[in-house]
Design a protein around this ligand. Structure first.
Ligand SMILES: Cc1ncc(COP(=O)(O)O)c(C=O)c1O
Length: 378
């Protein structure tokens, strides 16, 4: 038992935050019988609204973040044998699309404070076969975009940003969405704004935008003219309806995520953990709250997580191992030389920041986590 007298409810589960506005919008779509990108104007409206929000000339809605990344890579001409520089510390949705294109992910280390791709290691891993740099805005904290963009430009590479966890996050005061050649977002249920499943590509490159539109819909250029092989990655009107309402609330949701992160930081600040913060260049949207145990406790991480779960803390491990350790990458030749990724994977613990978590519950999560951890940190 924790020292804390407070208890969390059993089976704590936090979903998205909706109200009657979303319900009404979705009902209207159902009543209209106009459910698709072609029969309803809602998908185009959502694309325009989202692109305007992030400051990008074009938005292309798709049905997941993975579809956004796959479409972007295909539009950028990434194909068999091309190398793509990508962090080893990320979700499979970042890297799966590289394999789908029969290209080669070149796993790159992260920097130890914010867990985004290391610019130095990216520079080291560029070869004559490299075609793209794919950076991830990890846990809502943008990667160091300026030096990455410069590096890409120097080597004539396409620069793709995976902002699937970073809607509304800012780099040097500017929202992510038009700071790379192409930026990809996810609207999965747990994201800072959601359409259930869904995704968006934003870009300032007209040619890429046109290709992305074509690829998400079967490679069709005009009715009956199939220019190239594409997919059905179209977003539904029901998703766009949710997205339009959620987008209007995104700034508020991001403030709520930051508030929950601040509550955890206050609770955990004097234990000697590595807590998440922000680079001075960045305004993070704290998609997830992640902290590192001290190295001597790495071996006891699973036990600590189990103890927290016994106390009903909705704790997670993201990510438990570098991506290259998964069997699907067995064909790639190591060594991968990502010591920071290996270290972070062995010590990281995550707490949810979802806007649906009541402030009082977040405080209880923070207090119980502190009490459990302080038993180990003595
Ligand atoms: C960093 C990152 N990349 C890609 C994805 C893939 O997005 P989706 O689940 O919408 O396909 C996610 C979603 O969880 C993600 O967090």
């Amino acid at each position: 038992m924790s020292k804390n007298t407070k208890r969390l409810p059993e089976n704590l589960r936090f979903g998205p935050l909706f109200d009657e506005e979303e319900v009404e919008m979705v009902c209207e779509v159902v009543r209209s019988g106009r459910l698709t990108q072609f029969s309803s104007s809602l998908v185009a409206e959502f694309e325009d609204a989202f692109a305007a929000y992030v400051g990008a000339p074009a938005g292309i809605a798709v049905n997941s973040g993975t579809a956004a990344l796959h479409t972007a890579l295909a539009a950028a001409g990434i194909g068999p044998g091309d190398e793509v520089i990508v962090p080893a510390f990320t979700f499979i949705g970042t890297v799966g699309p590289i394999l789908q294109q029969q290209a080669i992910p070149v796993f790159t280390d992260i920097e130890p404070q914010r867990f985004c791709i290391s610019v130095e290691d990216a520079a080291r891993k560029i070869t004559p076969k490299t075609k793209a740099i794919l950076a991830v805005d990890m846990f809502g904290h943008p990667a160091d975009l300026d030096p990455l963009r410069e590096l890409a430009a120097q080597h004539n590479l396409i620069f793709i940003e995976d902002a699937c966890q970073a809607h509304g996050a800012k780099y040097k005061g500017v929202r992510v969405g038009n700071l790379a050649d192409v930026t990809c977002f996810s609207f999965y249920e747990s994201k800072n704004m959601t359409t259930g499943e869904g995704g968006m590509i934003t870009t300032g490159d007209e040619r890429l935008a046109k290709l992305c539109r074509m690829i998400r819909h079967q490679g069709e250029e005009n009715w009956g003219i199939i220019r190239r092989l594409g997919f059905n990655y179209r977003m539904q009107a029901l998703q766009a309806a949710l997205g339009l309402v959620q987008l209007r609330k995104l700034d508020m949701f991001n403030e709520m995520r930051r508030e929950r992160a601040a509550i955890y930081t206050e609770a955990l600040s004097d234990l000697g953990l590595q807590l998440p913060g922000e680079s001075p260049k960045v305004w993070s949207v704290f998609h997830v709250y992640s902290f590192l145990l001290p190295r001597p406790l790495a071996e006891r991480r699973d036990e600590i997580v189990e103890r927290l779960k016994e106390e009903r803390v909705p704790v997670g491990i993201a990510y438990p191992r570098p991506l290259y350790a998964s069997p699907v990458f067995a064909h790639l030749e190591g060594p991968f030389d990502c010591p920071v990724t290996e270290d972070v994977c062995s010590r990281v613990i995550t707490l949810p920041t979802l806007q649906s978590i009541p402030v009082e519950t977040a405080k209880t999560i923070g207090e119980i986590t502190r009490d459990v951890l302080s038993e180990y940190m003595k």
